[in-house]
Design a protein around this ligand. Structure first.
Ligand code: SNW
Length: 291
């Protein structure tokens, strides 16, 4: 599914040609918008009132396309809630290869990237991120008969990774004796595992669980990735948008919306406490003199 690149502009009192120039420039992220267009389009979105989201369609239950082709999942519902709090309700999701998302956000083809994208210093060279909203594990899944029981079992095996993911970077660094096989997306990697052309696939924990259930695969290792919590990726020239998302995220965490969505999409999974309402966080209180 591709987004048609047509845009509509409302000219108002401004001369049409000037408005068109400003609109095109700000759409390309090239120039600061005039004050009138800032009022009209405070977040500098490609199209005023619409958020264009780059995502992936096969990362259930974070973000995926349902049978009707509509995007849903934890990240999708959380983003819609947060965008609503920021005053934008028209949200258009488009599936991309994961490796295409950050460049497309950076060059202004999309307003934001939403796909369980872990925040790292390396990625921050390309885009800005909202505050983190999810932290968990990276998981190796394999067939019941592969003989791979843990990371040592990956030596000499063909391990699938989706190009551009933290899994790819982690495997290159930490699984040097595995033969990495790079895929554009999870579905093609899982198909390769099922057909025997790959021995295992390395992906996000909750998606691993979903694919295990769907295809009778098993988990061989969980790698903590709490140092790279997922955030919404925003172009560096949209600071007002990023701030509005951060404000919405904080509200969604404090009023229990985050928790509700987490329980809906990741039932039974341990909850990272830092995203719960403050009153529900059980941070060890500073020691006080006991009576
Ligand atoms: O770093 C984790 C984070 O802790 C949480 O578990 C959600 O996933 C991560 O952000 C890692 N996600 C991968 C990445 O950022 C893969 C994302 C994808 O396949 N779309 O590269």
């Amino acid at each position: 599914m591709r987004i048609p690149f047509s845009r509509t502009f409302r000219f108002g009192a401004v001369a049409a040609s000037a408005a068109l120039a400003v609109g095109l420039l700000s759409a390309c992220g090239g120039a600061p918008a005039s004050s009138s267009s800032v009022q009209e389009n405070p977040y500098g979105l490609i199209e005023k009132g619409t958020v264009r989201v780059a995502s992936v369609g096969d990362l259930k239950p974070y973000t995926f396309a349902d049978a009707q082709g509509n995007f849903t999942g934890f990240d999708v519902e959380l983003f819609k809630d947060v965008a609503h709090r920021a005053g934008v309700d028209k949200i258009v999701f488009t599936g991309q290869d994961f490796s295409a998302i950050l460049p497309a956000v950076a060059n202004g083809q999309f307003d934001v990237g939403v796909a369980a994208i872990g925040i790292t210093d390396k990625r921050k060279e390309t885009v800005d991120f909202s505050d983190g909203y999810l932290a968990g594990y990276l998981t190796v899944i394999t067939t019941k008969t592969s003989g791979i029981k843990n990371v040592d079992g990956l030596a000499g095996k063909r391990l699938g990774v989706v190009q551009g993911t933290l899994q790819e970077a982690y495997a290159m660094k930490n699984f040097p004796s595995a033969n990495l096989v790079r895929f554009p997306d999870n579905n093609s990697a899982i198909a390769a595992v099922n057909s025997g052309t790959a021995d295992a696939h390395f992906l996000d924990y909750e998606s691993a669980k979903a694919y295990e259930k769907q295809h009778g695969l098993v988990s061989a290792a969980d790698i903590p990735s709490f140092d790279a919590p997922a955030g919404f990726a925003v172009a560096k020239d949209k600071p007002a948008f990023k701030e509005a998302l951060n404000k919405g995220l904080a509200e969604a965490m404090e009023d229990g919306t985050w928790k509700k969505l987490y329980q809906k999409w990741f039932p039974g999974s341990p909850m990272p406490e830092q995203y719960l309402p403050k009153a529900e966080q059980t941070a060890t209180p500073a020691p006080t003199a006991s009576k």
